[in-house]
Design a protein around this ligand. Structure first.
Ligand code: ADP
Length: 912
């Protein structure tokens, strides 16, 4: 009971300093109020002031509740409630009492003092304002008669000023005091706390320091041991011995019951015991004891799997511990992984004969030792590997020697390092490629490559170069690098300079006896010497014989090729499917297709439809092994037909027929020649006939003057005998006329014989000019007859034997004048007209004309229509001849007698 009361009376406890302070103040003030109010209430009852009792009772009730709330930590709310209650109670008592002159006015400063201690800044300000307002409210209420009190008549504005100012001063000063008090209190508390904490820290620190000192001493000691063990370990390179030493050292230094090392065999995943201490260890080793890596309950296997240290301080507490019957005394065990960069090598297992809590420092030492063991093991392994590879190397070297010596290929062991230096010393601008540089400085190639040193060559090399010994061969070396093989040497340097480590080329070298050998040269920088080029191998394969055979074969091939290409006849090879496999260029020229296009075709694509049957028959013959020749027409690329003679033979491959080979002869020329011959024969026949006629005419025409001469010679003889001089004269005149006629005939004949061939080189001339000349030659006759001759302007150019063509026009104009008849207005026109794209020159007159039936005849020899007019009848025959020699045509157009005539002629090469 007393305890309860004590508890009730004791101020509430709070962790927070500020809360505790406010709690204390409220607690004290409220209890004081309760005690005081109960006293005042008793007095109030005695004087029957029930208003007072009610007010105090109400407040006391609220305050009792507040005391309870304080203990629940609701200090903020309680503070406001208490202050508000006090304020309300005061206003009520004043209002019901003597107003501003009431004694309870004293509660105002009390409330303010309490508020300054328990309220925060903001709430306190509110309290001050409320206090002033309530004072103001009461004073003015009394002054204006709203509140009636016994002293209200005396109340004035001064009361408000006085009470208000007093309360304001109280409020400000208590607040300042309270703040000061709180701050100093808090600082004092803080200082006290800091001091206490420092002291505690210092003590902990001293304690830790002591502990560390002990641990460090212990650790240093163990480290020393570990270092000692490690030092000894690093000296041992034999893994077996190394492990034995470790186990012994560990057992002695750390006074252990049993130490063993398992190594992991990666192929079987067995942890095999390698070393173990003491007699037990020997037994285990002899048994070949091992633990499977995946074995669940084994401490060693788990360590290897999880790659972490596992400590069992008391094996009797470890349910998964598997006791080894050979090690009955084991009480504690530490199992450590032997790791090299996360690779497990094995497990170091340590056992003690008493339960033990291994201190961290000891475990650290074991850890360090396990690491060192792993490194030592790895070292030993690497060392044995090194020894092994060294042995391999030695073996390799001797094998290399025998390979080198016995190789059937010429091998050279060389040193290119000086070549490299020489290359580096060349002043090549960085932006230039080596290829470009050497093309600009070809003289640098040979000095560079001459820096090559030959270290050794094999036996085959000596034989290849016909050298008695190596010295003889090496003395030849400078001769190898000469201008003749400059291209080859340069390519080699470019390859090397560009960082390639091998180079292959074909080159011709000279033997000691001067003979040439063709070799495939291959250079390989030996592996490991890519930077220095100190060692490089050159192999030479003699391909002289192969080259010779190749060249002979090539020559044969070239010969066959040349024959085929130049044979002037088409040659084709078709395969079993009838497609072209080969065509020569003569065939391609013959048909106007490229060789490539022809190879896409078959003979069927080229023959005309009529010859397809022939072609298929001949192919059947080939398949039957027969040869044959046939004529066919092929279609040229431009569409014209090419007559050919095809001679085909079956193509044998071994004893099998596969397609055919054909020779195609172009018959166009032959056909043309045949046609020409035909033409010539016809022409010859015509000529013969003409000649027959000619001979007849000539002999007949020549005969008539001769007959005349003969007749008159007879008459002359008689007249001379008679002495008839008049007749003699007339006879002689007749004889002379006949002789002149004969001479004219003979001259014309001679002329005719002469115009049979071209005399002058063909030339071009404007036809106007030519006509002009012709007209001038017969100007006498023209003038005499009074003929008007017109030569059309703008006549085309004529091409041919110009003097002869002048004769043609001259003859035609001459005839036109001669056969003008009685035309009163004689006119001749010379011009040109176009006939079917061909130019025909013409001479037109308005003379006697020629009846159509004589249009052909007049061109015959000695054909004359009108015997009364002068002439031999040879003129037009001559003209015709000249035109024929020009491959032209001559004809006459005339509607008949007195209608005039127009003679047209063409000459070849005069087309418009
Ligand atoms: P020639 O003039 O020597 O008689 P041509 O061979 O020159 O012999 O002429 C043969 C014949 O053709 C002439 O005799 C004549 O009858 C006829 N003839 C030639 N030219 C004309 C012409 N322009 N007009 C009419 N008849 C002509």
């Amino acid at each position: 009971m007393t305890l309860r009361i004590k508890q009730l009376l004791a101020p509430p406890a709070f962790a927070d300093e500020e809360q505790a302070r406010i709690g204390r103040i409220l607690h004290t003030v409220l209890w004081a109020f309760l005690v005081a109010s109960s006293g005042v209430s008793v007095w109030g009852i005695s004087v029957a002031s029930f208003t007072l009792v009610w007010a105090l009772g109400g407040a006391a009730l609220i305050f009792a509740g507040s005391l309870w709330q304080i203990r629940r930590g609701r200090l903020g709310e309680v503070s406001i409630l208490v202050i508000a209650t006090l304020l309300v109670m005061t206003v009520f008592l004043i209002y019901t009492g003597n107003g501003i002159h009431d004694n309870f006015i004293i509660v105002y400063p009390g409330t303010l003092i309490l508020g300054s201690l328990v309220l925060n800044q903001r709430n306190f300000l509110v309290l001050v304002i409320l206090t002033i307002l309530s004072v103001g409210g009461i004073v003015f209420g009394e002054m204006w008669g709203i509140i009636q009190t016994p002293y209200s008549a005396e109340t004035s504005f001064d009361d408000f000023l006085g009470v208000g100012a007093a309360l304001l001063v109280t409020a400000v000063s208590v607040r300042i005091l309270a703040n000061d008090l709180t701050t100093s209190l808090r600082q004092a508390r803080l200082a006290q706390h800091a001091l206490a904490k420092n002291q505690a820290d210092l003590q902990t620190y001293i304690l830790e320091l002591e502990k560390k000192q002990v641990a460090q001493a212990q650790f240093a000691n163990q480290l020393h041991t570990a270092a000692e063990v490690t030092q000894q370990l690093t000296l041992i390179l034999d893994p077996e011995e190394l492990l034995n030493q470790i186990v012994t050292l560990l057992q002695n230094r750390f006074n252990l019951y049993h130490v063993q090392v398992y190594l992991l065999d990666k192929t079987t995943n067995h942890l095999i015991i390698k070393t173990a201490s003491g007699k037990v260890g020997r037994t285990l080793r002899e048994q070949g004891h091992y633990i499977e890596l995946m074995r669940p309950n084994s401490l060693v296997a788990r360590t290897a799997r999880e790659k972490t240290i596992i400590v069992v301080n008391d094996v009797s507490q470890e349910p998964s511990f598997l006791p080894n019957p050979l090690l009955p005394a084991t009480r504690a065990e530490v199992s450590l992984p032997l790791l090299i960069q996360e690779h497990i090598l094995g497990v170091l297992d340590i056992q003690t004969a008493r339960p033990e809590s291994f201190p961290t420092s000891t475990l650290n030492t074991f850890h360090i030792l396990a690491g060192q063991i792993a490194i030592a093991l790895e070292n030993a392994r690497l060392f044995s590997q090194l020894a092994e590879s060294e042995a391999n190397l030695r073996e390799g070297e001797s094998r290399y020697r025998s390979l080198f010596e016995d190789s059937p290929i010429s091998l050279w062991e060389t040193d290119f390092s000086l070549v490299r230096q020489a290359l580096n010393q060349l002043e090549r601008p960085k932006e230039q490629s080596w290829r470009f540089y050497f093309s600009q400085h070809p003289e640098t190639v040979i000095p560079c490559i001459q820096q090559l040193k030959v270290m050794d060559v094999n036996q085959v090399t000596l034989t290849m170069f016909q050298a008695a010994d190596k010295e003889a061969l090496f003395s030849l070396m400078p001769k190898f690098f000469n201008e003749k093989i400059l291209d080859f040497l340069r390519e080699q340097l470019i390859a090397l300079a560009n960082g390639l480590i091998s180079f292959t080329g074909e080159v011709i070298l000279r033997r000691l006896d001067g003979g040439k050998i063709n070799v495939i040269y291959r250079l390989v920088i030996a592996p490991g010497y890519e930077e220095t080029w100190k060692k490089a191998f050159v192999s030479l394969i003699d391909i002289t014989e192969r080259k010779r055979v190749e060249q002979a074969l090539q020559a044969e091939r070239d010969f066959a090729q040349q024959v085929i290409e130049n044979m002037g006849q088409g040659l084709t090879v078709t395969d079993g499917n009838g497609r072209f496999q080969f065509v020569n260029s003569a065939y391609s020229r013959m048909l106007g297709y490229s060789v490539e296009t022809l190879l896409q075709k078959s003979p069927y694509d080229l023959v005309i439809p009529d010859d397809i049957e022939t072609l298929s028959q001949s192919q059947q013959k080939r398949r039957a092994g027969q040869s044959s020749s046939y004529e066919a027409a092929l279609v040229h690329a431009d569409g014209h037909l090419v007559d050919v003679l095809i001679t085909g033979v079956p193509r044998w491959e071994g004893n099998k027929i596969n397609g055919s080979i054909a020779v195609i002869t172009d018959l166009t020329e032959r056909k043309r020649a045949e046609q020409e011959r035909e033409r010539l024969i016809t022409e010859l026949e015509a000529r013969n006939a003409e000649l027959g006629r000619f001979t007849y005419t000539v002999s007949h025409d020549l005969k008539s003057p001769l007959v005349t001469i003969k007749g008159f010679l007879g008459l002359l003889a008689k007249d001379i005998a008679r002495g008839d001089s008049a007749r003699i004269k007339s006879d002689m005149e007749r004889i002379q006329t006949a002789a002149i006629t004969m001479e004219a005939l003979l001259n014309d004949l001679l002329e005719l014989a002469r115009v049979g061939q071209l005399e002058n080189t063909p030339q071009e001339a404007p036809f106007n000019q030519l006509a002009q000349e012709a007209v001038e030659r017969v100007m006498g006759q023209i003038a005499e007859r009074g003929v008007e001759v017109t030569i059309n302007p703008k006549l085309p150019i004529i091409y041919g034997d110009l003097p002869r063509l002048v004769e043609v026009v001259q003859n035609l104009v001459d005839n036109a004048v001669k056969f003008m008849g009685t035309q009163p207005n004689p006119q001749i026109e010379i011009g040109a007209r176009e006939f079917n794209g061909e130019t025909a020159f013409y001479v037109k007159d308005n003379g006697i004309g020629i009846e159509p039936r004589f249009h052909e005849k007049i061109f015959g020899l000695f054909d004359r229509l009108d015997q009364s007019i002068d002439g031999t009848g040879i003129g037009l025959a001559l003209v015709k001849r000249i035109i024929e020699v020009h491959n032209g045509r001559i004809w006459v157009e005339s509607e008949g007698a007195n209608k005039g005539s127009t003679f047209f002629f063409t000459v070849k090469g005069n087309t418009t």
